[in-house]
Write a new protein. Sequence first.
Length: 235
Amino acid sequence: MRSCVSCLPALLTSETERKEHRVSVVGFASIPDLRDSSAAGPSSLSPSSVRLEASPQNGGVLDLEPPGSKPSAQTATAMDDLDRRILTVLQKNSRLSFAELAKLVDSSTASCIRRLNKLLSTGVIVADISLVGSRALGRSLTVVVTVELDRERPNFVDNFKRAMRAAREVTQCYMVTGDADFVLIVAVEDLEVFDVFARTKLFADPNVRKFKSMITLDRVKMEPSWLGSRLCLST
């Protein structure tokens, strides 16, 4: 039987643990600053990545990094160039066989299996998912929304986070610095549906001071973050 990278947890973990890894997304907060391979601490990204929607199943929500969680020093692991080459390949295609992966990263199959085991156990790879196009689900309109809250006490902020996690229209939600408090990526069928979302989720929230919506015209780029690998892959 042909073993593939996405099947690795089945080879490495018990049936109970397997469910945690079956769905390759890299947890960048768990990776040292890749600009300096000698860095030992976790890199600093956005203040809070609140939600990432992976599929329409189970409400369409996959909490890869639960809000409030912070990578520990034990989770942050020093990576070499082979680790980065492996992650670069897996972020483009996690359904490769171990032999195919080894050929692409110029290593051995056994070494790739050992490295993947380490990347999984240390939380660098947090999920192996299928990305579904919004248009295929009938959501042809994508809107970027910046939200400014009236009160920023923790309980009010937490209430807004919970509301955005529960909103099916919100595919991504980030708590940010600057003039706005949150940035939302909203995927809906049309302007009428977005109007309903704005009225029920934003205008109806007494703690939302103001928000600005920007309709996207073209998605110019959507790629995994650069890992500092010297590997060049054709697209």
